[in-house]
Design a binder for this molecule. Structure first.
Ligand code: AMP
Ligand code: MG
Length: 401
């Protein structure tokens, strides 16, 4: 049995990002940038006003005071999008709107609230510092300087940056194709009446959603029968179609746990047990050189192990090296009686108590077949093996999911 960290390392090591494809900027949200990009333009493209006011020469105001104000004659108006390109002469000022280019010769802007004027003459009661309320050309981005790094997650903010740099298409990493094989003779897909002994196949739906959320494309082959030939065929077919194969069920030690047998025989098996709860039986290896993760069949275990092992693999193939979830430390709102001989990932809700303190609230019983333990879950509380019972108020790390 290996640790979660060791398993994660074995899964992501040697993995390189998939090839690039071009996507329209409008479709780029949530994608990862395939390679670094360099600025095409200065931003701002020209010096411009950051306030509505008057553009002037700072040197015309150096001796200004309430008793001896500087008097400047107003020579016109600069509006955003309509540069006059007329140079400002000494002892003059020009009305200017936020975002309008600073006219040649001017070097500061005094806000409209700080001046006295009759519409023709501007009187200024204090010296105006050089550069006041001027946004400098290239202050934000400079042409030919590095802009975004490879693997960057394209958020609305980054999409705005790309738009202001004139990118219409963006080189992103192709989405990993993830094959999903839920195994089990008892499984029927939703929408079909259950015969005795059958249960709904929920894993392949939950896993497909998790794949999409992680940035991949899900291809579902479920359900796959508990039959050596069926498992064998499904695995080889998936290997031909996909970048990653995920199975659920059949990796434990039951009489019909055939996935591991096939993997052993037809591919390579790296490990098949991890020191964690829920989800000890997790197998990792390859089929026809395609990485394979065999997740446990219990619905909670399959999603928790997806989170810990499949998501890092998907993110790594996307070129995102920051796949670790944010972990925060929070006090437990209630005592937690369970003690496990393996590291326990407890589903918790995050809410404030009556005093306003943010706390972790375990979502009821944590058995690996109880899917309702996901209700309200916003994090996984990480409890070391043999710790507990945990006291109310004790502080534990929470992986934000
Ligand atoms: P297994 O690992 O195949 O022994 O499955 C463990 C438990 O999870 C059994 O009770 C299965 O019926 C259940 N299970 C397996 N696959 C699924 C699935 N796709 N959806 C819901 N439950 C499942
Ligand atoms: Mg099974």
């Amino acid at each position: 049995m290996i640790t979660v960290e060791d398993a994660q390392l074995r899964i992501v090591r040697d993995k390189i990002p998939l090839p690039q494809e071009l996507t329209d900027l409008r479709d780029a949200l949530g994608r990862t940038l395939h390679h670094g990009l360099v600025s095409r333009l200065d931003l701002p493209p020209f010096d411009n006003a950051s306030m509505d006011g008057y553009a002037l020469r700072a040197e015309d105001t150096t001796t200004a005071s309430p008793t001896h104000p500087a008097s400047l004659s107003i020579d016109g108006l600069e509006a955003a999008g309509h540069p006059t390109s007329v140079a400002l002469r000494p002892k003059t000022a020009r009305k200017i709107m936020t975002g309008a280019p600073i006219p040649p010769g001017a070097n500061a802007v005094i806000p409209v609230e700080e001046v006295h004027t009759n519409g023709v003459i501007l009187s200024i009661h204090h010296p105006v510092p050089l550069g006041l309320y001027v946004r400098q050309q290239a202050q934000d981005m400079r042409r030919e300087e590095p802009l975004l790094s490879a693997g960057a997650l394209l958020t609305p903010g980054l999409i705005g940056i790309l738009a202001s740099q004139g990118f219409v298409q963006v080189p992103v990493t192709r989405k990993p194709r993830v094959a999903i094989l839920a195994t089990g003779d008892e499984l029927v897909n939703p929408g079909t009446d259950l015969l005795p002994g059958q249960i709904p196949n929920s894993n392949s739906y939950a896993l497909a959603a998790a794949v999409v959320e992680a940035g991949g494309l899900a291809i579902d082959y479920s359900p796959v029968a508990d039959d050596l030939d069926a498992v064998n065929q499904a695995l080889h077919r998936a290997a031909a179609d996909a970048d990653i194969i995920l199975s659920s069920g059949g990796v434990s030690v039951g009489d019909y746990d055939l996935v591991r047998t096939v993997l052993d025989r037809e591919g390579t098996l790296d490990f098949w047990r991890v020191d964690m709860k829920p989800g000890k039986p997790v197998a990792f290896g390859t089929i026809d050189h395609t990485p394979f993760l065999g997740l446990p069949g219990n619905p909670v275990s399959s999603l928790v192990t997806f989170e810990l092992f499949a998501r890092p693999l998907i993110r790594t193939l996307l070129g995102d090296s920051c796949w670790q979830r944010l972990t925060i430390e929070l006090p437990l709102a209630t005592a937690f009686p369970e003690v496990s001989d393996r590291r326990h990932y407890v589903r918790v809700a995050l809410r404030r108590d009556e005093e306003g303190t943010l706390k972790a609230w375990p979502t009821g019983r944590q058995d690996s077949h109880l899917q309702t333990s996901w209700l309200d879950a916003r994090g996984l509380m990480v409890v070391p093996a043999h710790q507990g019972p945990l006291a109310q108020g004790s502080i534990w790390p929470i992986m934000m999911i």
